[in-house]
Design a protein around this ligand. Structure first.
Ligand code: SNW
Length: 283
C-alpha cells in the first residue's frame, strides 16, 4: 500500500466517522429545525416529504402489487393523488397482513394506513381516520354449485375471513352457526375455497368481483351493506396537521372529478355513488 492509498483510506474513514456523528446528532435532537418536526416536516412524517404507507399486496382492485411489484389500485392512486396535492411527493407503500396495519400506524412504524379500511368506533380508539372516501358491500363468495344465497345457507358451513376485518366481526356477530376460518389475507382464503377446505370466503365487494371474474365457478353469493363504515385513511392519533391536510386533498380530489375518474377506472360497471362526486353534479 503506498502513501497515497493510506491517505485516501484515512480520509474516507474520517468522512464516515463524521457522517455517523451527524446521523447520531440528528437522531438525538428532539426539537428545533431537525427533519422530524416544525417547518421542515409540518406533517410529522417519519421522513420529511415521504409518506410511509402500510397497505396490502392482494386487495385488488383497492390496493395490490402489479406484475412488476409496484403498488397500484383505487386506494393507492387516490392516496398518491391526495398526498401530492398537499405537498407529499414521495409515497412508499409496504404490504402487510390486514391485521397488522392499524397497530403499525398506531405505533409509528408507518405514517398512514391505506387498504379500504372501514371507519368504525372500535378502530377509532387506536387510530384517527380521514373523511370517508368509499362505501360499499361486504360479499360472501362461494362456488355456484353450493347455492348459497342467505345466512341460513351458511349454517354448519366453513366461512373464510381475513383476520381483523369487518367481515370477521360481522360474521362472528351475525352468523353464529357458521364456523369461521381465519386467514392472513384474501389470496389464502380463496386458495382454501378453491381447494374445498372452506365453503365460502367473505371479502370486500370489489375484491369479490375480481375473484369471481377470475374463477368462473365462483359467484357473489351475498352482499351485505357496509355503508356505515366507509373506508378512510388511517393516521396516528393526534397527528391533526396531517389529517387536516389529507381531508383537504381528498375533498379537492372529489370536487375536481379525480375521485370519479379513479372510481370508473378501477370499479368499471359498479354503480356510481353520489356522495363523493363534485357538488355541482349531485343535482
Ligand atoms: O366498510 C367497507 C366500505 O364500505 C367499502 O366497501 C370498502 O371496504 C370496507 O371499508 C370494508 N373493508 C374491510 C375492513 O375494513 C376489509 C379491508 C380489506 O380487506 N382490505 O375490514
Amino acid at each position: 500500500m503506498n502513501k497515497n492509498t493510506i491517505a485516501r483510506r484515512l480520509t474516507a474513514a474520517a468522512a464516515a466517522a463524521v457522517a455517523i456523528l451527524a446521523t447520531a446528532a440528528c437522531g438525538s435532537s428532539s426539537s428545533g429545525s431537525d427533519a422530524s418536526s416544525g417547518k421542515d416536516n409540518p406533517y410529522h412524517l417519519i421522513d420529511a416529504g415521504t409518506a410511509r404507507v402500510a397497505s396490502m399486496g392482494d386487495a385488488k382492485p383497492y390496493t395490490f402489487t402489479d406484475a412488476s411489484g409496484n403498488f397500484t389500485g383505487f386506494d393507492v392512486e387516490l392516496f398518491k393523488d391526495v398526498a401530492k396535492r398537499v405537498g407529499i411527493h414521495k409515497v412508499v407503500f409496504t404490504g402487510q397482513d390486514f391485521s397488522a396495519i392499524l397497530p403499525a400506524v398506531n405505533n409509528g412504524q408507518f405514517d398512514v394506513g391505506v387498504a379500504a379500511i372501514g371507519i368504525t368506533p372500535e378502530r377509532k380508539q387506536t387510530v384517527d381516520f380521514s373523511d370517508g372516501y368509499l362505501a360499499g358491500y361486504l360479499t360472501v363468495i362461494s362456488p355456484k354449485s353450493a347455492n348459497i344465497s342467505d345466512k341460513a345457507d351458511l349454517d354448519g358451513k366453513r366461512l373464510g375471513v381475513v383476520q381483523g376485518t369487518l367481515q370477521e366481526s360481522y360474521a362472528a356477530k351475525h352468523f353464529p352457526d357458521t364456523e369461521l376460518v381465519r386467514f392472513p389475507d384474501n389470496n389464502s382464503g380463496i386458495s382454501a375455497l378453491n381447494s374445498g377446505t372452506i365453503d365460502a370466503h367473505f371479502a370486500d365487494y370489489e375484491a369479490a368481483k375480481q375473484y369471481v371474474g377470475q374463477y368462473k365457478d365462483l359467484e357473489m353469493a351475498m352482499n351485505i351493506p357496509s355503508f356505515d363504515a366507509p373506508a378512510g385513511f388511517a393516521v396516528k392519533q393526534g397527528n391533526d396537521v396531517l389529517l387536516a391536510a389529507l381531508n383537504k386533498g381528498l375533498h379537492e380530489a372529489m370536487q375536481d372529478g379525480t375521485w370519479k375518474k379513479l372510481y370508473q377506472k378501477w370499479f368499471p360497471g359498479s354503480p356510481m355513488p353520489k356522495q363523493y362526486l363534485p357538488a355541482s353534479t349531485q343535482g
